[in-house]
Ligand binder design. Structure first.
Ligand code: PGA
Length: 258
């Protein structure tokens, strides 16, 4: 069955500086004029570039999101930016618990939960990221890890009026530093991704009654692999890092998604 919506989310990480972010936003504003309605696109620039990117995409269908937020609204928290501040800057979405936040910056499940609450209270749409490391996979703890992450982030969560919830499945072992394969040369094939997307949907449906989860795949998606993932029934979209930061490769991903 053809999908009603396809979510194409571009996590620019710390790849683009202010001028580069502005340039890509301008190009996307033009490119997105011809997008089919079912494509829901969003970009996640650095906090420093958010206002400029929002300004350039204001009259387009492309949404803007935060890569990370702090869970307090204001105060003495040097170096942090709150969910509310991102909202005032024009963001619509926020990534919560991205694998790089969890593993490079040691963000805990407890912090992820507090960020989920702050994001929802600020009126942003969270994109909750979950996924197992290579060690957890080797130890056959893939499902257990994902379930703990989901339970902890979603337990008694007040989704306000939101009936949708966006989750990104990121197999940490398959995320590259921009090369398309991880250090050990592994990638998560589409059948395995589909299996875990189904698992995530079933778990979320049990945890939050009446919520229909949207699950995006975020494991080194490239122009030549996007189509295969998006053809799977439970993969509703992709969260792309490195390949989303160049206009040409991002255009190819969008074309392959149609
Ligand atoms: P990548 O990042 O596409 O650069 O591997 C994916 C992610 O971190 O979600």
């Amino acid at each position: 069955m053809a999908k009603t919506n396809i979510y194409l989310f571009a996590n620019w990480k710390m790849y683009l500086d202010l001028a580069e972010s502005e340039k890509l936003a301008k190009e996307l504003a033009k490119f997105s004029k011809k997008l089919p309605k079912k494509i829901k696109m969003a970009v996640f620039p650095t906090a420093l570039s958010t206002i400029v990117v929002v300004k350039n995409l204001k009259n387009s269908v492309v949404g803007v999101g935060a890569q990370n937020v702090y869970f307090e609204d204001k105060g003495g928290f040097t170096g942090e930016v709150s969910a509310l501040m991102h909202k005032y800057a024009g963001a619509k979405y926020a990534l919560v618990g991205h694998s790089e936040r969890r593993h490079l910056f040691h963000e805990t499940n407890h912090e992820v939960k507090m960020k989920m609450e702050a994001v929802l209270n600020a009126g942003l749409m969270p994109v909750l990221c979950v996924g197992e490391t290579a060690k957890e996979r080797e130890d056959r703890k893939t499902e257990e890890t994902i379930e703990i992450q989901l339970r902890s982030a979603l337990h008694e969560l007040n989704l306000n009026k939101t009936k949708k919830l966006i989750i990104a499945y990121e197999p940490v072992w398959a995320i590259s530093k921009g090369t398309g394969v991880n250090d050990a040369g592994k990638h998560c094939d589409s059948a395995e991704a589909e299996r875990l997307h189904q698992f995530i949907k079933n778990t979320v449906r049990q945890l939050l009654k009446g919520i229909e989860p949207i699950v995006l795949f975020g494991g080194s998606v490239r122009p030549n692999t996007a189509k295969e993932y998006l053809q799977k029934p439970n993969i509703d979209g992709v969260l792309v890092g490195a390949a989303s930061t160049h206009l040409d490769s991002w255009k190819d991903i969008v074309h392959n998604a149609r």
